[in-house]
Design a protein around this ligand. Structure first.
Ligand code: NAD
Length: 392
C-alpha cells in the first residue's frame, strides 16, 4: 500500500457548480505538435468538471482506494502546521500543481524518506527542488502538452487586451460611463507590431502560430534553435539574447521554464534594453521577473503594460505590488487550468500513476527527473546545477 498526497486549490467560495456553463468539451485526440492526449486505462471523473479543486480530487480517489492505497487530498500546503507537512513523513507520491504549488523544497524532500514520485499535474516543475529530486533519486514527471495551447490562447488574449486597452475600457462600462477618449488614449492595433517570445518550446511555438494571422513581425530566442523550414514558414527572426530580442519588440512574451539560467532574467538592468512602451506578458513563472523592477517600469513608462497569471509566491499575498501597479492585466494562475485543461491533466496524472504502479515506463515526454538525473523534457528544457535556488 502506498500513501499519495494530492495538493489542490480550494473549491469556489460559492461551492462547486451544480450545472456547468457548457454541456460538453470539443473532442481532441492529438496535440497540435503530434503526441496523443493522455491514454489512461480508465477515468473516474466527468470531463469538463472542476477536478483541480479539493472536491474534485483530480478524479483519483476511486482508482487509488480500489487498489488499496491511502489517498490524502488537501489545499493546506504552507507552514509547518500544514496538512502537507504533517502527512509527508510516510508519503510515497506527491501530486501537486503549479497553480497552487506544493513547494517541494530540499527540506521537505529530506523529511520524506519514502518519497519516490512527484507528479506535476500540469506543466512546469520548478516548485520542486530538482537538484534535491536528483540527489534523492525521486522521479519527477509532468503532463507535458496538457495545457500548452490553453496558455498560448491566454497569451494571445492578454496581448490583445493590453495593446487595445480592453480592461480599462470595460471598467468604464461597469462605472456607467461612455468615455471613449479615456478608453482609446492608450489603445493601439496589434497589426504590424514586432512580437517576440522568449523560448519557442510547446507554448512559445504555439503562440507564434496563433499570432501569425495577425500580420505581425515575429521573433524568438531559445537555447535550441528551431528548424530552418519552420523559421521560414512562420517568418521568424531568431535572436541569440534577450537584449537583442527586447530591443526590437513591441510585445515580449515569456515562455521558458524557471531554472537557474532564467530566474530574474527580466530585471532593472535588462528592462533598460526594452523599447519604450513595450508590453510584457508572462504566463511562464513569476520569478523570471524582478517584481519591483516590473512595477517601476510601468510607473516610468518603459513598459506600457504587463499581464500574466504567474506570481511568486503563490497564492500571492493581498499586498503584492503586482495587484496595484498601473496598466496591468494580471489574473491568478489560471491560464493552464481551464476546465478543458483539467480534463487532460487529470487523465495524464492517472496515466502516470498507472504506469508507476504497474511498473510500466512513464512516457519519456512526461519525465523531468528520473534515475538521479534530468530526463526527457527535463533534460531538454531545464538545468539543475543550482536548482535549489529556483525552487524555495
Ligand atoms: P517546453 O519544455 O516545451 O519548452 C520550453 C522551452 O524553453 C524549450 O524550447 C527550451 O529550450 C527553452 N529554454 C529553456 N531554458 C532556456 C533559456 N535559458 N533561454 C532560452 N530558452 C530556454 O515547455 P512549455 O510546455 O512550452 O512550457 C514552458 C513553461 O511555461 C513551463 O515550464 C511553465 O513554467 C510555463 N507554463 C505555465 C502555465 C500556466 O498555467 N501559466 C502552464 C504551462 C506551462
Amino acid at each position: 500500500m502506498s500513501k499519495i498526497i494530492c495538493v489542490l486549490y480550494d473549491d469556489p467560495v460559492t461551492g462547486c457548480p451544480d450545472r456547468y456553463a457548457r454541456g460538453d468539451l470539443p473532442n481532441i485526440d492529438r496535440y497540435p505538435d503530434g503526441p496523443t492526449l493522455p491514454t489512461p486505462k480508465g477515468i473516474d471523473f466527468e470531463p469538463g468538471t472542476l477536478l483541480g479543486s479539493v472536491s474534485g480530487e483530480r478524479g483519483l480517489r476511486k482508482y487509488l482506494e480500489a487498489n488499496g492505497h491511502e489517498f490524502v487530498v488537501t489545499s493546506s500546503k504552507d507552514g509547518a502546521d500544514s496538512v502537507l507537512d504533517r502527512e509527508l513523513h510516510d508519503a510515497e507520491i506527491v501530486v501537486s500543481q503549479p497553480f497552487w504549488p506544493a513547494y517541494m523544497t530540499e527540506e521537505r524532500i529530506a523529511k520524506a524518506p519514502k518519497l519516490k514520485l512527484i507528479v506535476t499535474a500540469g506543466i512546469g516543475s520548478d516548485h520542486t527542488d530538482l537538484k534535491a529530486a536528483v540527489d534523492h533519486d525521486i522521479t519527477v514527471a509532468e503532463v507535458t502538452c496538457c495545457n500548452s495551447n490553453s496558455v498560448a490562447e491566454h497569451v494571445v488574449m492578454m496581448a490583445l487586451a493590453l495593446v487595445r486597452n480592453y480592461l480599462p475600457s470595460y471598467q468604464w462600462v461597469l462605472k456607467g460611463g461612455w468615455n471613449i477618449a479615456d478608453c482609446v488614449a492608450r489603445s493601439y492595433d496589434l497589426e504590424g507590431m514586432n512580437v517576440g517570445t522568449v523560448a519557442a518550446g510547446r507554448i512559445g511555438l504555439r503562440v507564434l502560430r496563433l499570432l501569425k494571422p495577425f500580420d505581425l513581425k515575429l521573433h524568438y530566442m531559445d537555447r535550441h534553435r528551431l528548424p530552418e523550414a519552420l523559421e521560414k514558414e512562420l517568418g521568424l527572426t531568431y535572436h541569440a539574447s534577450l537584449k537583442s530580442l527586447s530591443s526590437v519588440c513591441d510585445v515580449v512574451t515569456l515562455n521558458c521554464p524557471l531554472h537557474p539560467e532564467t530566474e530574474n532574467m527580466v530585471n532593472a538592468q535588462s528592462l533598460k534594453d526594452f523599447k519604450r512602451g513595450a508590453y510584457l506578458i508572462n504566463t511562464a513563472r513569476g520569478k523570471l521577473c524582478d517584481t519591483d523592477a516590473v512595477a517601476a517600469a510601468l510607473e516610468s513608462g518603459r513598459l506600457a503594460g504587463y499581464a500574466g497569471d504567474v506570481w511568486y509566491p503563490q497564492p500571492a499575498p493581498a499586498d503584492h505590488v503586482w495587484r496595484s501597479m498601473p496598466h496591468h492585466g494580471m489574473t491568478p494562475h489560471i491560464s493552464g487550468t481551464s476546465l478543458s485543461a483539467q480534463t487532460r491533466y487529470a487523465a495524464g496524472t492517472r496515466e502516470i500513476l498507472e504506469c508507476y504502479f504497474e511498473n510500466r515506463p512513464i512516457r519519456d515526454e512526461y519525465l523531468i527527473v528520473q534515475g538521479g538525473k534530468l530526463a526527457g523534457v527535463g533534460a531538454h528544457s531545464y538545468s539543475v546545477s543550482e536548482a535549489s535556488k529556483a525552487a524555495s
